[in-house]
Design a protein around this ligand. Sequence first.
Ligand code: ZN
Length: 91
Amino acid sequence: MACTIRRVDYANPSPRPHQEFGPYDGRDLAETVGHASPIDLDAIERELSDVELALARLDDGTYGRCEVCSAVIDDSVLVDLPAIRRCPAHL
Ligand SMILES: [Zn+2]
């Protein structure tokens, strides 16, 4: 079954609101439709590192304590930010 991809140009809807691309040719769909959002690999790596550090703190019994002053971090903060490493005074 053939599939036709159309680009809708919302910024310039006339005189040609649609651009016909014809049958899908296997190109990356996001590239084809022009709505690709960049993937921030650095942010993903930082988040993964934070999670790994949190798991290490669980193993060594320091999870939920500030890495600077050892104060207990409130549970409500940990629920929202489970990988947080410092109390509010040391952020
Ligand atoms: Zn602290």
